[in-house]
Design a protein around this ligand. Structure first.
Ligand SMILES: [Zn+2]
Ligand SMILES: [Zn+2]
Length: 304
């Protein structure tokens, strides 16, 4: 099974605090690194955690509130100064390209590496990235400005040839791709082995759903349904529900209600208001509605 994990680089909302950075997360899928949002301080956190940030090839920006992208120009610049040569793909609202371009042009910076910008839209779900094993889609949130969540979904894997069978039947290497796709095998003596007798089912397809800034929004439920891991913002405790709605943010119970209705396996909450020093009450409130809840904390890695 591929490595599939999420590392929290920032868990604060609008303002960084002494021990919390604004939103950023690193997804590792099969040793491909994907950055989701890039709040101020992200590159410093990556360095502290000894994560080699030149390995990041794709950056997904959910929306253009500063706490989700103010760290991006710094990261782009450091990648340049440290001699990056390979492409960096950035996916985000169209205006983000103008913001990056003007910052580079006024400082007379000509990047040494290709920066490939992929504009996103926040009207309806869309597939924005695909490789052999993974699909990334964007989907709209309900926020003050156009905002996307991101769904990382594994593609159906191949059938797995049973280890003991490999040696026993002396299967030629050239036959393996066909068998992994479901084909039968005829051995040297002409005996037919049905695929079901020599292989195991593919590993289950896992999903990670990142729900960026949003008010309580039931329309995301079908999109994140059954996810192995759901991140949902939780800016406020439940007693500030009116405040949350006014600012198009969510409370603990609202995030947990989405997790419950979407029947996900695990929930991570984050994007805490700077007013909360102690996060335990947020965890308690969310866990009361959806039991398998964890706090997003800087440096924590969660397997999907
Ligand atoms: Zn935010
Ligand atoms: Zn926002």
């Amino acid at each position: 099974m591929f490595k599939f994990s999420v590392t929290i680089l920032g868990s604060s909302s609008a303002i960084p605090t002494s021990d919390r950075n604004p939103t950023a997360q690193l997804v590792n899928h099969n040793d491909h690194l994907f950055l989701i949002d890039c709040g101020e301080g992200t590159q410093v956190t990556l360095r502290r955690m000894h994560i080699h940030f030149q390995r990041i090839e794709h950056v997904f920006i959910s929306h253009l509130h500063g706490d989700h992208f103010f760290g991006l120009i710094g990261l782009i610049s450091s990648m340049h100064l440290l001699g990056r040569g390979k492409k960096l793909h950035i996916y985000g609202p169209p205006e983000l390209k103008e913001i990056i371009d003007i910052q580079l042009s006024v400082s007379l910076t000509v990047l040494q590496y290709p920066l490939v910008f992929h504009p996103t839209q926040a009207d309806s779900p869309a597939v924005i990235f695909e490789n052999e094993n993974l699909l990334v889609s964007s989907f709209p949130m309900l926020h003050r400005i156009p905002t996307n969540g991101f769904l990382f979904a594994e593609k159906q894997g191949e059938r797995r040839i049973r280890k003991e069978i490999l040696g026993m039947l002396n299967i030629p290497v050239t036959e393996l791709p066909k068998i992994k796709k479901g084909g039968n095998f005829t051995d040297a003596e002409g005996k037919l082995h049905l695929n079901s007798s020599i292989t195991l089912d593919p590993y289950p397809q896992r999903k990670y759903a990142f729900c960026s800034d949003t008010a309580y929004f039931e329309e995301i439920i079908p999109v994140v349904k059954g996810a192995d891991l759901l991140y949902h913002e939780t800016t406020f405790l439940q007693d500030r529900a009116a405040n949350a709605a006014e600012k198009f943010h969510s409370t603990t119970k609202e995030a947990a209600q989405i997790a419950l209705n979407a029947e996900v396996k695990k929930l991570i909450i984050g994007h805490y208001s700077a007013r909360y020093d102690d996060l335990q009450p947020l965890l308690d409130e969310a866990s009361a509605v959806f039991h398998d809840t964890e706090l997003a904390l800087e440096g924590k890695t969660i397997d999907v």
